[in-house]
Design a protein around this ligand. Structure first.
Ligand code: ADE
Length: 226
């Protein structure tokens, strides 16, 4: 997968993208990530990318020209007509594991990080294929949401995680949260481990885990059970 990120704070990405699984995914050649500074596409001599809204009102909007120029430049360089242009903004579809899985199937993503009061509507009309929000709260910009999306998607790419099963048994599979986990020591400060997990009986362990996953989901996230 190729991911191009267009942002006005390109320096925010390096610390996240150069660590952990996203770093490993890049090293393994499973994902190529390119960061583009939106200001370098500004026609303004002060590299301004925002302006006041027509009709008045508070706040500034992102002008359309630099965003169109950036996306068109990326598309022409990558020569990939199948790129999906995704705008990160609070109005978008809420990011879920299901949506991350859908996006993980795309070959090329172009992520636009929104800012200020939002983007000129013509960006949505003509350029953007999908809008994604990472939750019902407002951040100062789309950079953190873009990183969240990249992380959620990169770990789903085939061959990125070491253990194939770790994807099959994690939270939100079958709309369930994960069952409780324990590791060594078997006794920690007087707290034990459920004896079934020490029994070696895999059938019993599996049914205990299913029961616990359901119990936990009912307690913490009944909305997932519908
Ligand atoms: N930009 C600001 N807040 C956001 C959010 N919650 N999701 C995506 N982009 C955003």
């Amino acid at each position: 997968m190729r991911i191009d990120i267009i942002a006005i704070f390109p320096g925010m990405f390096a610390p996240i993208l150069n660590e952990s699984i996203v770093k490993r995914a890049q090293k393994k050649g499973k994902v190529k990530i390119y960061i583009h500074d939106l200001r370098s596409y500004s026609l303004d001599k002060h590299r301004k990318v925002d302006d006041r809204p027509f009709g008045g009102g508070s706040g500034m909007l992102m002008r359309p020209e630099p965003i169109f120029a950036a996306v068109e430049d990326v598309k022409s360089k990558s020569k990939n007509q199948k790129a999906k242009v995704i705008l990160l903004c609070p109005q978008g579809e809420k990011l879920t594991q299901k949506l991350a899985k859908k996006i993980a199937k795309y070959q090329h993503l172009i992520l636009i990080c929104g800012h200020y009061e939002g983007v000129d509507e013509r960006v949505r009309q003509r350029l953007v294929d999908e809008e994604v929000s990472i939750g019902d709260y407002v951040l100062t910009g789309g950079e953190l949401p873009a990183m969240v999306l990249v992380d959620a998607v990169a770990r789903l790419l085939p061959g990125v995680l070491g253990d194939k099963n770790s994807l099959n048994f994690e939270s939100f599979e079958d709309n369930l949260l994960e069952h409780p986990h324990y590791t060594r020591p078997a006794n920690f400060r007087g707290m034990g481990v459920p004896s079934v997990l020490l029994s070696g009986d895999h059938k019993k362990i599996e049914s205990w885990r299913e029961k616990e996953a359901l119990k936990r989901t009912k307690q913490k996230r009944p909305d997932l059970l519908g």
